[in-house]
Write a new protein. Structure first.
Length: 276
């Protein structure tokens, strides 16, 4: 029993590593950097992956140089590929299927990420006029995600991402309202690496896809900001007010720096590695 037959719910859009085959530790490539201690080619298992598909250094990923692993989110795609799409048969038990499983995992992650954001948009009352379109888009993507391996591998996710992205942009404009109407509030895709924005009034700013790596946002007012896809790795969010920020996910907070004075959206939590 997979649990997806009646449609997917929000809980199933969260990673359940106990029901996966360590796909995020095998399928993607990563390069030695501040985020990863070693090079690993795509399709090769990380040396820290154990026989039970669990990470052998999970409790010590950050001190061991694998901070990038702590900020990765598959949105529940791993367990769905493992248990539904491939029927609970692992890539170790069926090595001839490994390549197809890894490729299908990448597609499913795209689909589940879109489902996650559509679900969030459906909770936003200012965008209720778009809820019909949001539900229709969600239903279509869920149908695609329910397909078999061949259907997933034949799928081009780029047009789907573009279409959902446009819809979410309309949602964002409604939610941010007057706060986001100023041209100064449009920082989509901006290069703000290392920017000093301490204490800045950034309410309603569209930071979609912005590079905020290492930026100093301490004490900044980030209420009602759109942070979809913003890169917050190493950003200082100490004392920042993120209440009502939209399309921010837990892994973005996990990659940033903050403290007990940081105020995240109600649906997210301050990471345990932040100082109390």
């Amino acid at each position: 029993m997979t649990g997806y037959g009646g449609g997917i719910n929000r809980h199933q859009l969260r990673a359940d590593c106990a029901r996966c085959f360590g796909l995020c530790c095998v399928a993607p490539a990563f390069a030695a950097s501040a985020d990863f201690a070693i090079d690993k080619p795509a399709g090769h298992a990380c040396p820290n992956l154990g026989a039970s598909f669990r990470c052998g250094i999970h409790a010590d990923l950050r001190p061991r140089g694998f901070a990038g692993c702590t900020t990765y989110d598959c949105f529940g795609a791993g367990q769905r590929i493992a248990q539904e799409t491939f029927g609970g048969v692992s890539w170790r038990d069926a090595p001839d299927n490994a390549g197809r499983m890894f490729a299908a995992f990448a597609v499913m992650r795209n689909l589940h990420e879109l489902l996650y954001y559509l679900d969030e948009a459906l909770t936003m009352r200012p965008a209720r006029g778009l809820h019909g379109e949001l539900r229709e888009a969600r239903s279509g993507i869920e149908e695609l995600a329910s397909g078999g391996p061949d259907a997933l591998l034949a799928l081009d996710a780029a047009p789907l991402r573009a279409g959902v992205g446009d819809l979410l942009h309309r949602v964002s404009a409604l939610v941010r309202g007057d706060q986001g109407r100023s041209r100064k509030k449009d920082r989509r895709g901006a290069d703000l690496v290392g920017a000093v924005l301490t204490g800045a009034d950034l309410r309603g700013t569209n930071f979609r896809g912005a590079l905020l790596i290492g930026a100093d946002l301490s004490g900044a007012d980030l209420r009602l900001t759109d942070l979809l896809g913003a890169d917050l790795r190493g950003a200082n969010l100490g004392g920042a007010d993120l209440r009502g920020a939209i399309f921010l996910i837990q892994s973005q907070l996990d990659g940033a720096r903050g403290d007990a004075a940081t105020r995240p959206p109600a649906t997210l939590a301050c990471p345990t590695h932040w100082p109390g």
